[in-house]
Design a protein around this ligand. Structure first.
Ligand code: ATP
Length: 334
């Protein structure tokens, strides 16, 4: 009987603590002031990020923003012009090379033999890397491919191919998994499979570092994110904090000019502006109940009051707005 593909939603990973103690908290990965200069081109500038155990960390930015260059420096594939990388507490070059045994990565899609099965392809990679062949069966289970492991790679769906690629990165049983655009070029079904596999791996205590420009995808799996634009980190934090919308609301009333006048005189409301057929307000904290009381107390009829939902995509566009037109819109690119 065929094993189910990972379409059922596993529990989301546990949220890591908010990080404002960059230098002291235990970290799987920490970079400090990382910079890479190619002649006159500054590919990456002053990148300081921290990934804690159990994080699903989204490293987000459009084409050419410096994601791959940063990852290549983290993996010691290229030397930084300035700054430091710390992996599992190791900062020296030798220490970081040793620490790389605890990291699995897909930076570019690995080449698999189309005429071999998924199992045999993983076997080839295992032999090349000196990993015991017994790991192949375990990894096939981990990526939900055991039941189709003996089919030819060429017959695999896009999602299965990508799961096999993630499987290759899991052969050495890494604690940190680094994935560069893991859902890029996948069909919607493949995206769901890979997204659920990431959630499944996170629930197995893997720490995951994910580069992506697909912000709606990332929003569903990442516990923490950093936005990079033109080589510079423009914002980072927990996904939960970034998406918190308790204090922005949209409302509709019978007399909008009067409502705006009343709301502008209310101390805890920091911004009031007409929006469509209503008004958008931003408060200093959770304010829905107080706003309703204030408007009704002023004799207005309140027809609608709802929190504004935000998204990583809208936050990113607000942060770098005009810049994205020069580099391609970050989301929606295939
Ligand atoms: P993509 O998603 O398209 O790979 P990215 O965010 O990974 O983009 P990088 O590949 O890190 O971005 O590139 C960042 C900047 O550095 C770009 O302007 C790129 O042209 C430049 N760059 C990268 N590698 C080199 C190199 N070897 N020589 C010169 N410039 C480079």
């Amino acid at each position: 009987m065929e094993q189910p593909t990972p379409t059922a939603q596993p529990a989301p990973p546990v949220m890591a603590q908010v990080a404002d103690d960059h230098d002291t908290a235990p970290a799987v990965l920490r970079t400090h002031g990382l910079r890479k200069q190619y002649g006159r081109v500054t590919a990456v500038q002053d990148v300081s990020i921290m990934v804690r155990p159990g994080d699903v960390f989204g490293f987000l930015g459009p084409n050419g923003s410096g994601k791959t260059t940063t990852v290549a420096m983290i993996l010691s594939l290229i030397e930084p012009t300035a700054g430091t990388v710390e992996l599992f507490g190791q900062t020296t070059r030798e220490g970081r090379y040793r620490a790389l045994n605890r990291v699995g990565s897909i930076i570019e899609s690995p080449a698999f033999y189309p005429f071999l099965s998924g199992r045999d392809n993983l076997g080839v990679v295992a032999r090349l890397r000196g990993v015991p062949e017994a790991r192949v069966g375990e990894v096939l289970d981990q990526i939900f491919l055991s039941d189709r492991a003996d089919r030819k790679y060429s017959a695999y769906s896009l999602g299965m191919k990508q799961r096999l690629a993630i499987g290759a990165a899991l052969l050495n049983d890494p604690e940190l998994l680094m994935l560069d655009e893991p859902t890029n070029g996948l069909d919607p079904e493949g995206m769901v499979e890979v997204r659920n596999l990431i959630l499944h791996l996170a629930s197995q205590a893997k720490t995951i570092f994910l580069c992506s420009h697909l912000l709606a995808e990332v929003q569903q799996v990442c516990t923490r994110v950093a936005f990079i634009n033109r080589g510079v980190i423009v914002k980072q934090g927990t996904t939960e904090d970034l998406l918190r919308t308790d204090n922005t609301h949209y409302l509709e009333v019978d007399d909008i000019p009067r409502a705006i006048e009343v709301l502008r005189q209310t101390a805890y409301i920091t911004e009031v502006r007409p929006e469509g057929r209503g008004v958008q307000i931003t408060c200093t904290g959770e304010c829905a109940a107080d706003v309703a009381t204030t408007l009704i107390g002023a004799g207005l009829r309140l027809n609608r009051l709802q929190p504004i939902e935000t998204s990583l995509e809208s936050i990113y566009l607000e942060l770098v707005g005009a810049d994205t037109t020069q580099q391609g819109i970050p989301a929606g690119r295939s």
